[in-house]
Design a protein around this ligand. Sequence first.
Ligand SMILES: Nc1ncnc2c1ncn2[C@@H]1O[C@H](COP(=O)(O)OP(=O)(O)OP(=O)(O)O)[C@@H](O)[C@H]1O
Length: 327
Amino acid sequence: MADKLLEIKGVSKIFRVGGMIRGKKLVAVDDVTLSIDNDKPVILSVVGESGCGKSTLCKMVLRLHNPDMGDIVLDGKSYRDKKSYNAKQFKLEVQPIFQNPYESFSARKPVDSYLFNTALRLGIAKNKAEATNLVDDALKSVGLSLAVVQGKYPTQFSGGELQRVSIARALITRPKLIIADEPVAAIDASMKMNIVNLFKELKDKYKVSFIYITHDLSTAYYVSDYIATLYRGCLIEYGPAKEIMDEPAHPYTELLMSAVPRIGDKWADDDMALPDMESKEYSITYCKFAPRCPYATDECRKSRPGETYLNDVRKVMCFHPLIQPKK
Ligand SMILES: Nc1ncnc2c1ncn2[C@@H]1O[C@H](COP(=O)(O)OP(=O)(O)OP(=O)(O)O)[C@@H](O)[C@H]1O
């Protein structure tokens, strides 16, 4: 077993937008480096306003996009090493949960058929009896059961219930990593904490790490061990959730923290007093936050800040962090 479950090493993704002739390059993810240790499961929240590159980063981890630069290494296996890639093994190890559970299941099939299919097709259960036990266990760990779910179609569930079914499906493969992309965004506010609480329980019970992508800073604070903040594709701050929330080191994180106190609140761009996104901001080569940073100096408008470690794990990409490194 490698020391790291996941290493995202200097990864970038560039999209071409607006046609071949007059189009521009949009650096949706810009040289991001992050990792998750293998020794203890964690919940890493990836936060930031709409369009900052959260989903693109996670789609690269899910192998739905190829990075244009950098590499991703899962449990010691590089994504660039195509020869050692085994699609079935990958599906066992990494599972996604998407935003809208009604889009994850066809309206014409009973939802339990998906769970049985996962258990049998990926060879986790050898026969129907084994699959029945697996499916029932997975459903019970999310507060449901096969007896409750069997034969029912997606529309017979609430959004929160159906999202719990998708979590149960993800658990069947006994993954090492679950990537949940805005899993509570489409769910009734009263159910959000219910789902987020489940991640905490399942992390310990199944020894599975989560990457939780969210706009919702209050649930991120509640659930996360670590937080990674993205701004215009750049990782601008990373570290233990409590440290970051209590004492942000990057001026952008400080701005976010001042805007979000309550569970279920989304970061509307208006709340954060940030103007509309401009694609040119994705391509600037100095600090991307400099144009709107109250503390920016000439240095910030000339070059991109590197990583400054504030302690053993916490890092900030800023020339003038709000807190100073521990000596
Ligand atoms: N396939 C694509 N082609 C072109 N541009 C894309 C593509 N996918 C994403 N983008 C652009 O890349 C940037 C980052 O998008 P991404 O979806 O990763 O952001 P996000 O932080 O997940 O946003 P949201 O919270 O709204 O889902 C955005 O400007 C988006 O328009």
